[in-house]
Every structure is written in C-alpha cells, then in structure tokens.
Design a protein around this ligand. Structure first.
Ligand code: SAH
Ligand code: SF4
Length: 421
C-alpha cells in the first residue's frame, strides 16, 4: 500500500511539470519519506532515517522534507517536536486533500487527477481497490491510521487498469487491507463484490495477455464465488495470501480474527479441492500476549497440517490504541525470538519441499527485471503462483514478457529455470 501511495504522490508531482526524480539525496530539493507503523521496528528505522536528514537541511535550507504514511498519522505531534526541521507531516487520513496540501507547500498547481507514469518502468503495478480496514484485529494499528474501509468505484478501477494495459503493463496487483471484502454499488444499483470485480478485470484480458494478483485476504471473507472465479479465469493468479496469524483458537479469539483453525482449514481445503496447483501463503504472529507453549505448538501443528508455500512470521509488537495493549506484553523477547526462529525454520523447510515439486515443470514466467552477477546476466521473473524464478540468460529484452521456462533447480524460496521457447 505504501509503495502504491508513494508512486501516486511522485506521479502527482511529476505531472505538475516542475519536478523530476533524482537518485542523489545530497542534491535534491525535496525529500518525501513514506512511513509505516504496523510494528515498532519499522518506526525505529524511520526515526533514525529522518534524524539523519537534519544534516542535509543544514547544508541546504531550501530543502523541503515531507513525511507521509501511517507513522505520520500515528505520531504527528511527537514527530513535529522531535524533528522541527521537517516541513510537512501528512498521514493517510488526510490523503484526500494531499493535492491541495502539496499545492500550498510548493506554490504550484498540483492536481489529484494525475496519470500513473510508471516512473520505475515496472512490469507489474499495484492498483488499490479499497482503503482502510474495519476489522479491528486486536493487535493491529491499521484501522486507526488508515481509517474505515472504503471501496473505490468500479469505473475508476477499470479505467485505471485499462490505461495500464494500454501502456503494456503485464501484471495488475489489486491491493487493499482486505480485498476480498470489496463491495460497491454501481450506477444501476447492482452490488459488486470482489468476485464480480475480479471477473470484470479478468475479462479485460481477452485481447491482451496479462495476469491479475490480489492481496491481502481475510479468511472470514473468502467465499466459494471468489474461488470459482479464480478457477474460471486462467489469468488470475494461482496464489492466495491468507493470513492465519495463529494456530491456537484461544489466541485467535483474543486477536479478534473471527474464525477458528478448523474453519481456516476448511477454507484451504475448499481452495485446494477446486483449484489445482495453487499457492497459499500466510502471515503469522508469535508471542501474542498470554501465548503459552501449548498455543505455540498448535501454531506449529497448523503449519505442518496446512503446508504453506511461504509465510511472513512476525514477533508481536504492542501498538498504542489497540485492544491488545490492555493485555500485558508478557512473552519475553528471547521466547518470541525462539518461537520466531522455530516457526520460520519449519515454514522454510515446507516451502523448500513444495518448491522441489516444481523441478522439471514447464512454467510461464513473467520476467520483471534482471541483475548482473559475477559477469552473468540473470533474469528475475515470477510464475503465476508467485514463485520467483532466476534464469541465466543475457536476453535482457525479455523483461516485460512471458517466457516458457523449464524449472531445473530450487534454492529454498527461489526456483532456477531455463528458457525453453
Ligand atoms: N490487512 C492485512 C495485514 C496488514 S498488516 C491482513 O489482514 O492480512 C500485515 C501483517 O502484519 C499482519 O497480517 C500481521 O501478521 C502483522 N502485524 C500487524 N500488526 C502487528 C503487530 N502489532 N505485531 C506484530 N505483527 C503485526
Ligand atoms: Fe489489521 Fe486485521 Fe485489518 Fe489486517 S484485517 S489491516 S490485520 S485490522
């Protein structure tokens, strides 16, 4: 979401005609720092980065420093006090006025109706379909810093995607805190849910090959209609990111996640029974307040039973304002670290086993970029299951193309491929 917001702001500025991007932070006139506050660790890094900008401001008094994002929303006053040299602090709740705010700061006409410029030559572009979140998981700060859930209009989303396809973008990533709860009532008073939205977008691909990804999903909003739509459209990713968070029903209840492990497993079965070769990935939190060894064992067991293609594992970080702060953050740091390590090792091993089953398969790979390594060019791409593939090939012009690739090896999370056609 932050990447999409950053690209949005940069496109707005560049479209106004007076700005360009520089790679040199020492020579720039404007620095925009986009921040996150989902965990304390992110905030600590951001504070240290912003603190370091002071020396640039001393060298160049004209330099404008702007802080955006959830941290700006969460701690505006503290940031103002701590970093008085910062010119502007704006959080997501004020983004609807961002064009006006920036116009004031820069004394120029900066328009909200910008055109996406793809300044970084990306093959895959994020398209927000909604903002905010209404779920109030007890540990999570997002509803407080991003506001209520609001779905964007269908026409706006379709127009944006048509424009991206016209510009030859090959992959559209629909984003939102909870995409599968998308809901919109259109001009004809018909209800558009996430599966209808997916169908309409997938149908744009009749004359043009492109893939659609989406993240992230809440298990409570996963339905058969969505699964059926994914199944029916080969251009919709064979990948569902479905955060489980914990394998203990007691902890899930304390987290206010609104499902049990058994329900979660049923959803996974429904997905796997209907769609062959689909990757399922997840988020897990260890060390939530009161999490016992027994609770943790349930999470390990759930991971063993479900076998995720990959998992993001986080150590619980208490966030101000959230319900979970009423509970004491009682799991010692070392225990959180140990559980984090154990579960990550388990998830990595399972991912490796799953990825080995790709060997000898021929896959369509969308090439995103290339790197130079020890004098060789390596193309980096993704399969429709969102597996990263490295291909030794000097065909840099393949970036932005779908390439038939035989998987010949696996390096834990990365597949190694050879072009076959
Ligand atoms: N809306 C998304 C998640 C956004 S935050 C969703 O529900 O999937 C991404 C992940 O960060 C969450 O899934 C959760 O695993 C983790 N997270 C959020 N708040 C956290 C906290 N206070 N401590 C540790 N991890 C947290
Ligand atoms: Fe946070 Fe839960 Fe909303 Fe995700 S669904 S953003 S974890 S409150």
């Amino acid at each position: 979401m932050n990447i999409a917001d950053s690209e949005n702001v940069v496109s707005m500025l560049i479209n106004s005609g007076d700005f360009e991007i520089t790679n040199n932070i020492n020579q720039t006139d404007v620095i925009i720092v986009n921040t996150c506050s989902v965990r304390k660790h992110a905030e600590d890094r951001e504070e240290s980065f912003i603190g370091n900008l002071k020396k640039l401001k001393i060298k160049n008094e004209e330099l404008k420093i702007i802080i955006l994002g959830c941290f700006a929303q969460n701690a505006k006053l503290e940031l103002q006090k701590k970093f008085p040299f910062v010119d502007l602090i704006v959080g997501p709740l004020d983004y609807e006025y961002l064009a006006e705010i920036l116009s004031n700061v820069f004394q120029r006409n900066i328009s909200k109706n910008y055109k996406y410029l793809n300044l970084f030559n990306k093959v895959s572009v994020f398209v927000p379909i909604m903002t905010g979140c209404d779920n109030y998981c007890s540990y999570c700060i997002v509803p407080y810093v991003r506001g209520r859930e609001k779905s964007r209009s269908l026409d706006e989303i379709l127009d944006e995607i048509k424009n991206l396809l016209y510009k030859d973008i090959k992959e559209i990533v629909l984003i939102g805190q909870n995409v599968n709860s998308y809901k919109y009532i259109d001009k004809e008073n018909s209800y558009i849910g996430f599966s209808e939205l997916l169908k309409k977008i997938a149908n744009l691909g009749v004359n043009k090959k492109f893939w659609i990804r989406f993240l992230t999903n809440h298990p409570k909003d996963m339905s058969y209609e969505i699964i059926k739509t994914i199944k029916d459209f080969p251009n919709v990713a064979r990948h569902i990111h479905l955060p489980l968070q914990s394998g203990s029903n007691r902890i899930l209840e304390l987290m206010n996640r609104k499902y049990t492990v058994e329900k979660y497993k049923q959803i996974v079965n429904m997905i796997r029974d209907n769609i062959k070769d689909i990757a399922i990935t997840t988020d897990l939190i260890v060390g939530f307040p009161t999490e016992t060894e027994e609770d943790f064992k349930h999470t390990l067991q759930a991971v063993k039973d479900i076998r995720f293609d990959s998992a993001f594992v986080f150590k619980y970080s208490p966030r101000e304002k959230t319900k979970a702060t009423e509970l004491k953050d009682d799991i010692p740091k070392e225990v959180k670290e140990e559980r984090h390590y154990k579960i990550l090792t388990l998830c990595d091993n399972i991912a490796y086993q799953i990825n080995k089953s790709y060997i000898n398969k021929i896959k369509d790979v969308l090439i995103h970029s290339y790197v130079n390594k020890n004098g060789n060019v390596i193309l980096i791409g993704k399969t429709i299951e969102n597996k990263t593939v490295e291909i030794f090939s000097d065909k840099k012009n393949f970036v932005g193309n779908f390439v038939k690739t035989k998987i010949v090896d696996v390096k834990f999370h990365t597949l190694v491929g050879e072009i076959v056609g």
